[in-house]
Design a protein around this ligand. Sequence first.
Ligand code: ADP
Length: 712
Amino acid sequence: MNAPLETAIEEAARLRGCLNDLVVVMAIPELWMGSEPPQIISTSLHVLVGMLHLDFAYVRMIDRDGRSPREFVQVPGQPELTSQASEITEALNRSQGDDYLKWPPNARLTLGGAEFSTAQIRLGLLGEIGVVVVGSQRFDFPSRSERLVLDVAANQVAIGLQQAYLLHEQKRIAGELDKRVAQRTSELASANEELAREVVERRWAEDALRESERASRLIVNTIPGLVAILSPAGEVEVVNPQIVEYCGRSLEELKQWGTSDTVHREDLPRAMLALMQSMASGEPYEFEVRLRRFDGVYRWFQVRGRPLRDTDGRILHWYALHTDIDDLKRAEEQLGLNEAFLAEGQRLSHTGSFSWFVDTNDVSFSEELYRIFEFERDLPVSLGLIATRIHPDDLPLLAEKIERAKVAGGELQYEIRLRMADGSVKYVHTLGRDANHPDGRREYLGAIQDITARRLSDEALTKAGSELAQMAKVMSLGVLTASIAHEVNQPLSGIITNASTCLRMLGAEPPNLDGARETARRTIRDGNRASDMISRLRALFSKKGVVAELLDLNEATREVLALSSSQLQRNRVMLRLELANDLPPITGDRIQLQQVVLNLVCNASDAMADVEDRQRLLIVRTERDERDHVRLTVLDVGIGLQPHVAEKLFQAFFTTKSTGMGIGLSLSRSIIESHHGRLWAGSNDGPGATFAFSIPRDQEHAADTTSIEGDS
Ligand code: ADP
């Protein structure tokens, strides 16, 4: 009877103990509140070891993050022994395999030479959290109640771990959330800032736009031009006050410009056409029209229109600017007129103008110059092209002039011949000045005159002059010869007739002596008559034929020299005039005296024709001479007077020239003598000869002049 009672009592005590244990185990989670898994496990193991008097308790926990399993060991009286954990793991793996899910609920385990009864309890429904292994050296371990306590404890641990995990997850998510919120908040804050900035900027932009619109309006309203804004179809929409003021018309009136007289009638069709073309093509327009001012005066305007397009390229408006160009237009017209005048002037004077840039040799010709050079109008002019027109003999002269202008600058002046395509020759005179172009380059500006006509008439004049001089001589001779012939011919023919009659009478059978005597007498009579005739002629020639007039010898001399100047130039004779200022007038025949001067000057020029080693100097001098005479001297540096020449100078028909007549000097002497004067010649100290005449001054006025001179 005692044994079953005892057993029952023991059993009851065990049950109580078990219940106590269960209560403790159930209370364990209170200890874990807020703990992390390692604390939960170590607290649980600690309680189990103590409660069930275990020799060890071991937990292998599978981490949710998939990291390697974590192991915990609890041995009585010792803190956690991690060193033993690996020992236990090894023993378990060795005896029961690696996969703890396949481990049996109870097993025997040898550890450190001792035998243990072990119980394995999975953590989690399927053991996904891990496994708890507890061991005791007691052989009957675990009893049923111990197993129960272990299962409940393992369950609690699993719940605790799950809660801890959930808590952990919650915290993590909360942390994550916090982070996201913080990030979003800062994103929002910066977005906010951006927005605030944009708002400010937009306000600025709006202010700027308003300001720019104001400025634009100001510009449009103050611009020195008339501005109109047109619709895409070309209707006037807006105009600036200047248009209203200029035209003296309202906007409404201006809108009708196409049918009013705002635009000049003659310009209206052109303006309409230009506008219509632009509206159709969308291209800017530009034209000139006359617009009516408020007072009815039309002034020229330049009209320029540009389209304003939107971002798609559609035309929103046309902006048209009208600029007053009336003054400019008039200036242009005036300029055109001036240019036309200039061109006409150049054409009339056969003078063209040119410009030559020394450094680049750029040459430009006026229209008249193109005509003179007979170049095609649009041919670009160059020095090379010009050279093709220059007479080959004058090319070196041109080259020298160009070179000198380049090196030394200064005035450019020369006469040159052109040879035209048809072989004809033109004479041109060039005059140029070195000027500085506004851009700093050296430029020659000048004029070229076609002097061909003048040249040819000069030559003709020279020829005529020398022919005249020659003719004067020949004429004098001719007149003389004719009068001699006329006067002497009659008695001579009488002499011949009488002489031949006389011969016939003497030769008759018988000779008619009386008749012969008579005819001989007549012959003598005619001979005397002829001789008288000659004497009379000489007397007439030497004394008569003088047309006396009061004359200024200086002036008469100047006239002669003007006539012979080109001949002297051609003979390269340098003329020096030394005419006395106080020369008194003389009385005489102007033409005859001029003939004398011309003779002397021509002879002097002829005498120097072969002189090359010195300048061909000719001096013509007038002065007062003694005894109330005036003297004219012609002095040359020519061949001079050989003694045999000096003797015969004044003899008629004496000449040393192949084309000479030998009558000039004898005639001159006759003329001077008929003026009561004297003509003579002499050799110079140096080369050449001097011829001079001296004639009395005008007697009638001599007293007056003297008295005036006396007063002075
Ligand atoms: P022509 O000029 O036709 O020969 P002139 O009677 O005028 O006739 O001159 C006669 C000559 O006198 C000339 O041929 C020349 O030999 C000489 N004679 C004239 N003037 C000069 C002079 N200035 N120098 C040298 N010889 C001169």
